[in-house]
Design a protein around this ligand. Sequence first.
Ligand code: ADP
Ligand code: MG
Ligand code: MG
Length: 877
Amino acid sequence: MSKKYVYLFSEGNTTMKNLLGGKGANLSEMTNIGIPIPMGFVVTTEACNKYYDENKVLPKEIVDEIHEKMDELEEITGKKFGGDSNPLLVAVRSGARASMPGMMDTILNLGLTDKGVEVLAKETGNARFAYDSYRRFIMMFSDVVKGIPSSDFNGILDELKDEKGVELDTELTEKDLKELVARYEAHYEDVMGEEFPQDPRTQLIDSVTAVFSSWDNPRANIYRRLNDIPSSWGTAVNVQEMVFGNKGDTSGSGVAFSRNPATGEHEVFAEYLMNAQGEDVVAGIRTPRPISELETEFPEIYEEFVGLLEKLENHYKDMQDIEFTIEEEKLYFLQTRNGKRTAHAALKIAVDMVEEGLITKDEALLMIDPKQLDNVLHPAFDEQAMKDAKELAVGLPASPGAATGKIAFTAADAKARHDAGERVMLVRQETSPEDIEGMIAAEGILTVRGGMTSHAAVVARGMGTPCVVGAESLRINSENKTLIANGEVYGEDDYISLEGATGSIYLGEIDTVDPEISGYFGTFMEWADEKRSLKIRTNADTPHDAQQALDFGAEGIGLTRTEHMFFAEDRLFPMRQMIMATNEEDRRKALAKILPLQKEDFKGIYETMDGKAVTIRFLDPPLHEFLPTKQSEIKELAEELEVSVEYLNDVVDDLHEFNPMMGHRGCRLSISYPEVAEMQTRAVIEAAIEVNKEKGLTIIPEIMIPLIGDVNELTYLKAVVTETADKIIADSGVDLKYLVGTMIEIPRACVLADEIALEADFFSFGTNDLTQMGFGFSRDDAGSFLKDYQDKKVYDFDPFAKFDQEGIGQFVKIAVEKGRKAKPELDLGVCGEHGGDPSSIEFFHNVGLDYVSCSPFRVPVARLAAAQAEIRNPRKK
Ligand code: ADP
Ligand code: MG
Ligand code: MG
């Protein structure tokens, strides 16, 4: 039997998302559970892939199958597609696996022709409706299938409205709409050189093909890249009987969420318009009405609506985002999906649903994308600063968060200025899918028009960007680049700030404060902690960062970089003296000046961490990084150091390396100059002894030697460390335990991990260096060509952002196995950038590491990712 490419809704279900797309699978599921939806069928994602395989031609076998299913649909509905009586009209709707709002296109009222529209007018006794439907169809078909911009048609519409002296589409009469259809068709003929297609079957096949081809349009490609959606997924196409919300005052259409997508509050959240079709509600043409008005006007429909919404939520066990249409007082659902929500709402909904008994804690933990937590961890405006700020307007609170930026009036400006390093606020009348890059670039988004379900609102919530919509008291002119608020004029150089949770818009920049974890966020994170087996540490070089990480739930420090401390004003000079020294004695003199400062740094960190683990890495970067490069600075420094400019230049030249990433750095420095390791050991140990005494703690400092490639390097340096440390401890008369371990970041160290383990108390994988050494390209240089790799799909991702599990992961696996075999109690962690990336964390969980260490702001993300990894692949017995 040949492959099946077309499915009736009644043949599918929600588990078939890959084949039927999200929309198709959910329409099928709704059919099965008895939600009133118009019948239809799905052309599968496999048909889409086939279309691309055949060089963008829809093969005959698929065309035939579509026609057969259309015959079946005629039978089921008792209507005739393109018939002389009782005509069947359909919607052609794209629907990929993952919802891609606004990215793909929909065509409504398909099947109408010059003849068909008259039949429809006669049979419904509503010619106004018939011609309104036809003009909409001509515009959508021309735009989506033939690429004639919809703005052309909107221009023609506006012209006609001007001629007739009316403002709203709904004020146009039947005669006006007939005239409009004639003008639309004339424009189509002008552009295409042929008449508007009068065969419904041709319209249908052309439309299906167009949806497939829109999968590869630039907007879709940008959205996919942003959301990690592979192009190989393809999109499905849904062909569905039309129901009409534009049949008069007892018809309408709208959108709804089963809970509030901005706050998570358990309340129906919906907007609708009467006598409207399709996306009139979200297009910002007329201001939509709150659902409470439907309750007053049509209480029975409202009750049914609320009941169905609840039924869907209970069925899917998640907040639903639905579309509905009322045709002459009969209610239909047209779509359902798990609703996009802000991070705050997501947390509240997850916690509420567990407390309502709808889902388990594990299900709640899996409901939230760890990356989304980033959004709740953003700073908020300082209360006082906000009170003092001048409020320009209040709009609708579309997507929470505090944002400040200079006004950008077009998406292109926003993108360009952002790329040039500016913080910008995108300010538009309303946004559309073409604005996507500007929306990504902006700190915040502000629109004058639109409701809570407008394009700007939906996209902003998805991206976690603060957004205020419908600030109707503002006037903007994107040509003159002016914003008028309360009679005052502002321009591109003015900062504005907005608070997406309240809808307030302020003049100027406002100070922000750090966020905290409390309330339902706190509850949710507690559940994550109960679940996970992977420990979460942080990378912190200062007490401030360490405190931030503790507030976010870090259990220790996995990496303190000591070199950052050397760059501080008061130590750079002795550091430079150390580098300039020509003999050990001078070097020791310079190091002695750094010792007390470094010791204070460590004490500060120990005190903040209050007895939790602290891993301190010894000096890592090549020495030339500490010297100036500009001649003017070299001259100045030579004076300060009391050496000649020539001599200093010689030193700089000497230190110059062709490939500093692989040069004199890491443990190699201390092998040349063991007195550096000695000084650092002294600082680590003395600080610990003092803090233990002063605070009554039992800190066990962890000394980490970087860049080991051979066990002999570690043996040599460990001897330096232990001799120094043991002597200090003996002299102090108190007991102190300490650990000496190493970073595993050179491929050679991975394959010889069994030898190295015998000398080490712990391994910490430095996945940044391991990635660059393993791939053979440096992180600092790769940026320029990795972009080409991704554009040309040679690599799917940037291995510095997302850990390369397949390749570099093998090194980690080998090192874990060999290390543990030689020393079962060996402690294993990760301290590279990847320690904060959810999919990488899952990998580290799976290979059996003890902890990951990441930057303070990633700690909650890591806690959740670790819990999810445990749920998917349990390690706890
Ligand atoms: P999107 O994925 O962009 O939301 P949809 O396929 O959901 O696109 O279609 C957009 C709008 O068209 C819907 O919100 C709905 O109002 C309208 N629509 C879609 N299918 C039908 C239908 N069968 N009958 C009436 N209106 C429809
Ligand atoms: Mg749409
Ligand atoms: Mg939709």
